[in-house]
Design a protein around this ligand. Sequence first.
Ligand code: TRH
Length: 380
Amino acid sequence: MRAQLRWDIVCRVVDNYGDAGVAWRLARQLAHEHRQRVTLWIDDFAPLALLVPGIDPTRPAEAEGVQVRRGPADARWTPGDVVIDAFGGGLPASWIDAMASAARPPAWAVLEYLSAEAWVDDAHLRASPEPHTGLARHYWCPGFTSATGGLLREGDLLERRDRFRRDPGAAAAVLSALGVTVPTRARVGLVFCYPTAALPDLFDAWSEGGDPVVALVPQGAAEGALDRWCGGAVPQPGAPVVRGALTLASIPFVPQREFDALLWSCDFALVRGEDSFVRAQWAAMPFAWHAYPQDDGAQFAKIGAFHDRFLQGAPAEAADAVRAFNGAINRADGTALAAAWDAFDRSRATLRIHAAQWADHLAAHPDLASGLVRWVESRL
Ligand code: TRH
């Protein structure tokens, strides 16, 4: 029988939805699948309220078995069994002191950013003493190999995905609930990327292309590019903008637990950050990854490292198409985008098969939450 432990997950929101999204996904899975007692301490309820319906941004809440509290600053807290510092945002000095004076200090893990780079294998589970108390913090590094901390994946995710795909009406039902009608022969793509100067060039390529494309743009994403391309007359949910072969459809931001079905309803996706990037991989679909842009261009090493793993064994033409399309998006290279899209689109059938093999390969590794639970139990 598994021990029911008290977990405190601390999340300081830097920007967008991914900090809250990853912390919430982990919290929910620990509570739901592993029956742990979980509190998520978050300093900004707004992104969480979008991801999780029913969370009231003004007050503490309980959602799907997780206690949600504002913090960690100024929060009254007594140490439990495990503390997870999501993305290394840091713990208040009062928490660290309380942990150091506890009869049995909690296990303390810093959940790192996801990377496919080779150093992650060595960095995973490395310990570093907290300078004032000497308490050991362990770095939990998500990643793509069995030497890393793995990826978040709910136990029933792939089964739900396959069931959805076997249901001939499932995708149309999801799209129609979002107010989207799909013309015959159209490919449907989710456009969830960062603001980039190149996006209007991609819209041009789609609009001037042969086969129809329906581009689903979640509300709040890529607004500047939409505005520029549409000359201010931006699409609204239920009222798309149609130009040439492109239907540009604005869709409401869906709750996180519906995000997978949105991906499964698409033929391809542009995803970003960390969580949507991972979900597109579990969706086993052709996707492009707009990595979080960093001032020093560090994202390009991450993209290269990911491609080296992901494209191993992929047919050369499809692999080149992925590199070129991702390159054009991440470099905001509008002039390269039309040709890159054509090649990517031509490779879609091959990429679908490759993506399914990749998802199976990843699913052979333990998922992140299960790995964490096992690590904590091994320390009891
Ligand atoms: O929003 P992101 O860009 O998040 C981030 C942050 O920039 C953060 O600072 C950085 O640390 C991190 O990325 C790596 O992208 P991401 O990670 O894909 O998170 C988006 C979340 O929003 C993800 O959980 C999926 C969810 N989502 C929905 O639930 N519904 C929606 O309709 C959409 C479009 C997304």
